[in-house]
Ligand binder design. Structure first.
Ligand code: NCD
Ligand code: ZN
Length: 346
């Protein structure tokens, strides 16, 4: 932090929530994440999902091969109604699973095999509480009668508050929070409850999806909310509170799968993730809080050492392309066509 005003050096960050996919696309996207981040919590919502230690170990090898040296993928187990607590615990003990992910069934892309009622996985959650294994939650109800913009807040009421009350020792990351309600819930909970925040939810509110026409590349889940929520997220991220840390939720989909009569949810932000976050910290006058959010708070929650090496960003402008070729799959990145003030140098 002793740099000149146009240069910033911080410990190398980690991404605590990313979708790397598999096959050819993995080969195309993994190196974007590995360029900026030392480690990443890799989401298990492949098709079929990662539900066994063997599948996670094999997927980890494919990621390491695609990303190249110097990058450590941290694997997660996809919880289902019938998942075996012993398999989860064994994966954690063997260092294959860093955490387990709870997708309410049908909440989002690749969640068809998710949990229909948290009561069904109660023994698994109790086991995770006992062994100190983090539970990562996609926090939205899936009840189609609940307005889509209310699904996170209703999840807190109907599910999350009960979980935290009944399993007070369970370590929980409320993933990609999008509301003031979520910020307040996390702030009011014990030290074992934290949250990730994406760049898009710091930059856009729900108007961005409808600016002059329908904008599929601004659509992700949980969906962006009203401005009041965006402002609460910006305040939380830049506050210095260690419960909030970086998780991009970078979720690549081919341009054709987004620009469709039923476009996929997901924003691809990995190539310019740090530039995107840093713009927010600068606008909020909180560049001094950036390293905590990006590089320190996550490892502290996950009980992992911070990274030893550093990265440099320079205030020289990063021009984001309209389209990125991810090994043959064209993907529109977040901030496509914009120039961001800071540039990641490495
Ligand atoms: C994610 C995806 O595409 O896998 N999409 C998204 O909008 N974030 C799934 C998810 O994390 O919800
Ligand atoms: Zn995600």
């Amino acid at each position: 932090m002793t740099d000149a005003p146009n240069r910033l050096t911080i410990r190398r960050p980690d991404d605590w929530h990313v979708h790397l996919r598999d096959g050819a696309v993995l080969e195309g996207v993994a190196r974007h994440t590995a360029r900026q981040f030392a480690r990443a919590i890799v989401m298990p919502n492949l098709s079929p999902p990662i539900t066994t230690v063997a599948a996670a170990a094999a997927y980890r090898e494919r990621i390491v091969a695609a990303a190249g040296p110097g990058f450590t993928p941290l694997m997660t187990a996809y919880l289902t109604d019938t998942i075996d607590a012993d398999e989860i615990a064994r994966g954690f003990a063997e260092g294959v699973f860093t955490a387990a992910k709870l997708y309410p069934a049908h909440a989002t892309t690749g969640s068809a095999h998710g949990v229909t009622d948290v009561a069904n996985i109660r023994p698994v959650l109790e086991r995770m509480e006992a062994i100190g294994m983090p539970l990562l939650i996609h926090g939205e109800v899936t009840d189609s009668h609940v307005d889509i913009f209310d699904r996170e807040a209703v999840f807190i009421e109907r599910t999350l508050s009960g979980l935290v009350r009944d399993l007070p020792g369970l370590r929980i990351v409320f993933e990609h929070i999008t509301t003031r309600d979520a910020v307040e819930f996390v702030e009011g909970a014990g030290p074992n409850v934290a949250a990730t925040i994406t760049p898009q939810h710091l930059h856009i509110n729900r108007n961005a999806m409808f600016a002059g026409g329908i904008r599929p590349h601004m659509y992700c889940l949980p969906v962006a909310k009203r401005e009041v929520h965006r402002l609460a997220l910006r305040k939380a991220a830049t506050s210095g509170n260690a419960k909030f840390f970086l998780g991009t939720d970078s979720a690549p989909h081919a341009v054709g799968a987004k620009e469709s009569s039923c476009g996929c949810a997901g924003i691809y932000n990995a190539p310019y993730a740090l530039e995107s976050y840093l713009a927010v910290f600068e606008e909020e006058g909180a560049i001094d809080k950036f390293e905590g959010f990006a590089s320190l708070n996550g490892p502290a929650f996950y009980r992992l050492p911070v990274n030893e090496d550093t990265v440099v960003l320079e205030r020289s402008g990063a021009q984001v392309p309209e389209l990125i070729d991810a090994n043959g799959t064209p993907i529109v990145p977040f901030h496509a066509g914009e120039t961001l003030a800071w540039r990641f140098l490495g």
